[in-house]
Write a protein that binds this ligand. Structure first.
Ligand SMILES: Cc1cc2nc3c(=O)[nH]c(=O)nc-3n(C[C@H](O)[C@H](O)[C@H](O)COP(=O)(O)OP(=O)(O)OC[C@H]3O[C@@H](n4cnc5c(N)ncnc54)[C@H](O)[C@@H]3O)c2cc1C
Ligand code: FES
Length: 386
């Protein structure tokens, strides 16, 4: 072979490799979504949606070896069904605490659908969750508001569900596995990140789901694995559930992501998925607290506004980026609050004049003429009935 022919052959081989690389890369990028069911909006509330219901604790069970995640099974005291709730939704609960009024907190439904009970799973963190861990016993009567929320499983035959959980963010996702994501034997993926094997919750339940649904792909990730962990509790990966892991392990095709985890995970993963090309409709996320970012892109800067708290006779200048609830608290105006995330309705207050926008679309639909200061900021001068 002449030198020229050899050179042409090498060039040809390099060009062929480039073409193969480009095809593989294109296949591994998420495909554009076909039109699918729209996201649920915060539906207009009916009186029943808002009514507090008495429920009895009928079972309690620790879900992890560390004893940090406690499941409570709640059954209605009046025999009227509670409604199973959609997979992904949460309920609001009044938690009795010593020396003060009950605290309102939200907890996602974690149990399989059942006509006679709902299951929630509570991670021991601060005041209310610790009170539930230490004092809620079988037979106790508590008050809940029925399940609600926009973070729900939305099946799409063209997209494989990919559930990504960080820590206690597993709760709405395990309910999705029980009630929707695995229906019809279709494939689904769960990426579950925890600190170590002691904090791995629902171990037996996940193993049973995997046995019953061979198309479930489970990837367990430990951020700080314990070298003494027994072999059957070793992780599939070490570190965090991040884009790199997803890209390496997900098969080609279109995926719909459901993400629920701590603020750091959400802050890293959601923009990364967007940058990878995942369409907004295929990116669904639930934040468990006020500090956590939503699935929506960050809001743009807003102009300063005068806020008048009419009943307390105070006023303050809002200069951002905080919420109206934070402004009220800084101004010494008393306002009730619970979830501080637009999910429970506890902070709802009448908006006498002016307009607000929401940092994240609230789960709780405020009554006409009212707003939710925990997730609102003013877009004009406003007068609040507080
Ligand atoms: C829609 C939704 C669904 C949710 N689902 C779940 C669920 O399924 N399971 C679950 O466990 N939680 C869930 N949460 C979170 C839950 O509602 C509570 O926010 C959580 O239990 C913490 O409440 P708390 O009263 O125990 O903590 P708080 O007393 O309100 O404290 C909040 C955080 O601050 C920290 N903190 C408190 N005091 C201090 C201090 N002095 N110094 C430093 N840090 C402090 C606590 O550790 C805690 O992490 C959900 C929240 C929302 C909005
Ligand atoms: S405090 Fe729960 S909606 Fe505002």
């Amino acid at each position: 072979m002449t030198a020229g022919a050899l050179f042409s052959a090498i060039l040809g081989a390099v060009a062929l490799q480039l073409v193969i690389w480009a095809v593989v890369r294109a296949l591994r990028r998420p495909a554009a979504p076909a039109p699918s069911a729209p996201r649920p909006e915060a539906a207009a509330p009916t009186p029943d949606d808002r009514a507090w219901r008495a429920v009895r604790v009928v079972e309690r069970q620790l879900e992890d070896a560390a004893g940090t995640q406690l499941s409570l099974h709640l059954a209605p005291t009046d025999g009227r069904p509670l409604g199973p709730g959609l997979p992904g939704q949460h309920l609001s609960i009044e938690v009795p605490v010593a020396g003060g009024p009950p605290l309102v907190r939200c907890y996602s439904l974690s149990g399989p659908a059942a006509a006679d009970r709902l299951r929630i799973t509570v991670k021991r963190a601060g005041q209310a969750s610790t009170a539930l861990h230490e004092r809620a016993v079988v037979g106790d009567v508590l008050r809940i508001r029925p399940p609600s929320g926009r973070f729900v499983f939305a099946p799409d035959p063209g997209a494989t569900p990919v559930l990504v959980a960080g820590g206690v963010g597993i709760t709405p996702l395990i309910k999705m596995l029980h009630n929707g994501a695995l229906e019809g034997g279709r494939p689904a993926h769960l990426y579950y990140g925890v600190r170590d094997h002691q904090e791995l919750a629902f171990r037996a339940e996940l193993a049973a789901l995997r046995r019953a649904h061979p198309a479930l792909r489970l990837t367990v990730v430990y951020s700080r694995p314990d070298p003494a962990a027994p072999p059957e509790l070793r992780p599939d990966a070490v570190g965090h559930v991040d884009l790199d892991l997803l890209r390496r392990t997900l098969p080609a095709g279109r995926h719909r992501f459901y993400v629920c985890g701590p603020p750091a995970m959400m802050a890293a993963l959601l923009p990364a998925l967007r940058a990878w090309g995942v369409a907004e409709d295929d990116l669904r996320a639930e934040a468990f607290g006020p500090a956590a970012p939503s699935a929506a892109p960050a809001p743009t800067a807003a102009a300063p506004q005068l806020v008048q708290f009419v009943r307390s006779g105070r006023q303050a200048q809002w200069t951002g980026p905080g919420t109206l609830l934070e402004l009220a608290e800084a101004a010494g105006v008393g306002m009730d609050s619970g979830c501080r995330a637009g999910s429970c309705g506890t902070c709802e207050v009448r908006l006498r004049s002016g307009a607000v926008s929401y940092l994240t679309p609230p789960d709780w639909a405020p009554s006409p003429g009212a707003c939710l200061p925990c997730v609102a900021r003013p877009t004009s001068a406003v007068e609040l009935d507080a």
